[in-house]
Structure formats: C-alpha cells, structure tokens
Write a protein that binds this ligand. Structure first.
Ligand SMILES: *Cc1c(COP(=O)(O)O)cnc(C)c1O
Length: 350
C-alpha cells in the first residue's frame, strides 16, 4: 500500500445526468439555475462550473468572490442570491455583469443608483421569514419593477409537499406578482420544489442539492461524490469488549473490527451512530464505536475478507448520501459541504 489517504471523487457525468432528470420534471420553458454556493456544495466551484457550463442556463452563488471567479469561466447569467451591500461590490457586479438580489428596503438607496445597470431579483417574503420584502413594501421599489427583472421567493417546506405553508407561499407569491402588474419574470422553486411542485417552476428554477444527488424526494438521482478512505488495521474482539472513546458500545459476539484512515477532521460526521452503513468491497458494513478525529472503527464481522489498503466508502453513487444523513439526524447539504481540505480530490468526466 502506498501512503493511505481519504479521497473525494466527483463524477460530473452523474451531476449532468441528475440535471437531465430534474429538467424532465420542471416546465420545459423554465430555465435551470445551477446553485453552486459554498464551493458548489463541496463539489469544487471551478470544476463544477466547467463541467456544467453547457448543461445549465445560469449559476447562483452567495459570495462576491464566488461570482467574480465564476465570471472568469462562464458567460452565463450569474446571480448573487443574497445581494450586495457596498458601492465597491455594486461596481464589481456592474463590471462583471452579475445579477443581484433586492430583499430589504435598507438596500434601496444604494441599489437605486444601479437600477439601470443591473438585473435585480426582487425577493419577497411569502412565509419563510428569512430574507425578503414584505408584500406591502413592494410599492417602495417601483423603479425595480420592470420586465428584465425577476420576482423571487424561497420555499420553507418544499421537501414536505403536504405542509400547508407551501400553498400559503404560492398564493402570496401569486398575489404579489399580480400586484406588480405581472411584468416581472418569476422564480420560486429550489430542488425539492422542482420535484414536488413542477407547476411552480415558472421562468427560473434554482436547483442545488438535487444536481449533486442529495435529494431524498427523488431517489433516482445519484450521489455524485464518493467519499472514501482505506483500512489501516484490524482488531479481533471477544464478546464483552468495549470500543473507542467512551467505550460506548460493547461487543455482543466475537467481532472483527476494521480501522479506517478517516475521521471527523476529514468531514465524516462525529455524531455518526453505531449501525451507520459504509461499503467495503461491495458489502455493507457498519460504524461501531465513536468516530475519532482521524479514525473510524467498522464492524466487518460479516464480511471478514477485507484487507489492509481496501477502500471503505462512506457515501457514493452506490451508497446514497441521504439515508446516511437521515440515520444520523443530519442533512446531505451539511455532509457535502464539510469535507475538509486534507481530503484528496479527484474529478472525473469534467
Ligand atoms: C440554496 C438555495 C437554493 C437551492 O436550494 P436546494 O435545496 O439546494 O435546491 C435555491 N434558492 C435559494 C435562495 C437558496 O439559498
């Protein structure tokens, strides 16, 4: 074995396939904005932009550096989804033709100086109560209400289609759009919204997690990242032995334990419970004992034919990330964005 390492392998062909599957759900006239905030949900902004440039209609980010970086690689529309707050930032947007968001009245004095220079997405609060103008505030941004701009909102419960808040948000949005004279383009749905409410996909869908395969509502989407590391040791345990920090679990049978070269400092979740699935040589095995900073212990008693240097997958196209997240009361978004810099990256099918 050469020096072992934890690895993150990203297959962009899978991301593009996921995009095609989601596109089939939404209205054919809805444009597809690939949300690539937070380093493309841990999938590397640069490589993702390169790999997706021909497959999407625009990119959405939340940091100015991300937007400027993207502009060096792509001529597609780029939206700053959380707005900007200084003259310098607005000047950068203008110079780089980057779209921005108006979500609060406090932004108006500065934003107004750029009303003729930039595309603005007017974000209204329809019930999530995070960012967004109140309906009654729309009259104070009349100069922004024009055909080239977009009226947007964000859904709080799109992943739970039965939640009554969805319909409340749709009807508030509709009311606001009518109030603006129906002149603005519209954008409502994120990934879960695209799947559960395709009729709300309007002019722009803003899709993040679904592209990367982390959406539980659509299991046919493939987890595009493989997070894995290698076995560096074994322990053969008798009945009644305790494992790892705190000795939180005790063997109830003779147990073969594989020790894997990866820990929470690589981005594997520290709270991972006993029984969390991993995959070794095409067999499922399970976490046993508390996750350490640099090591994870795995019960391989049922598949003892593994060896030092064999790979242990934590999630991959063959071991979907969502069940792993759900088992541990976590979300796929967090798992994807927390893979640490020391994990070696490999990008395929860019
Ligand atoms: C992150 C984000 C999205 C994408 O959400 P997903 O659930 O990842 O599809 C869409 N719109 C806004 C405003 C966001 O912040």
């Amino acid at each position: 074995m050469i020096q072992p390492n934890s690895e993150l392998i990203i297959d962009y062909e899978l991301v593009r396939n996921n995009i095609q599957l989601i596109r089939k759900k939404i209205s054919p006239s809805s444009k597809f904005m690939a949300i690539v905030k937070s380093n493309a949900y841990g999938h590397d902004l640069n490589t993702t932009a390169k790999a997706l440039n021909e497959s999407v209609d625009g990119f959405g980010v939340v940091r100015l550096e991300e937007a400027i970086h993207l502009r060096e690689q792509s001529d597609l529309p780029i939206l700053m989804m959380q707005g900007v707050y200084s003259t310098e930032a607005y000047d950068e947007l203008k110079k780089n033709e980057i779209w921005t968001t108006l979500h609060s009245l406090a932004q108006i004095p500065l934003a107004h100086q750029y009303v003729d220079d930039l595309v603005f997405w007017i974000k209204i609060n329809t019930g999530m109560n995070r960012l967004g103008l109140q309906f009654s505030e729309l009259d104070k941004c009349k100069s922004f209400i024009k055909k080239s701009n977009v009226l947007m909102t964000h859904l709080a419960c799109a992943d739970n289609p039965d939640d009554e808040l969805n319909q409340i948000q749709f009807s508030k949005f509709d009311e606001a759009w009518k109030h603006t004279g129906q002149s603005l383009l519209r954008s409502v749905v994120n990934s879960a919204g695209s799947i559960n409410f395709p009729e709300q996909s309007h002019d722009w869908s803003r899709v993040g997690i679904g592209m990367y395969g982390g959406l539980s509502d659509m299991p046919e989407l493939k987890t595009a990242m493989t997070f894995r590391s290698q076995i560096i040791g074994f322990q053969d345990l008798k009945i009644g032995e305790r494992i790892g920090y705190g000795g939180r679990i005790k063997t109830s049978r003779e147990t073969k334990l594989a020790i894997v070269y990866c820990g929470y400092a690589d981005g594997f979740p520290q709270p991972a419970m006993d029984g969390t699935n991993v995959r070794i040589n095409n067999h499922i095995a399970t976490v046993m004992g508390r996750v350490s900073m640099d090591l994870i212990s795995i019960d391989v008693t049922d598949n003892p034919n593994c060896a030092i240097g064999d790979w242990c997958e934590f999630w991959s196209p063959d071991l979907p990330i969502n069940p792993i997240a759900q088992k541990n009361n976590l979300i796929s978004y967090e798992l994807m964005t927390k893979i640490s810099p020391r994990v070696q990256r490999h990008y395929i099918n860019v």
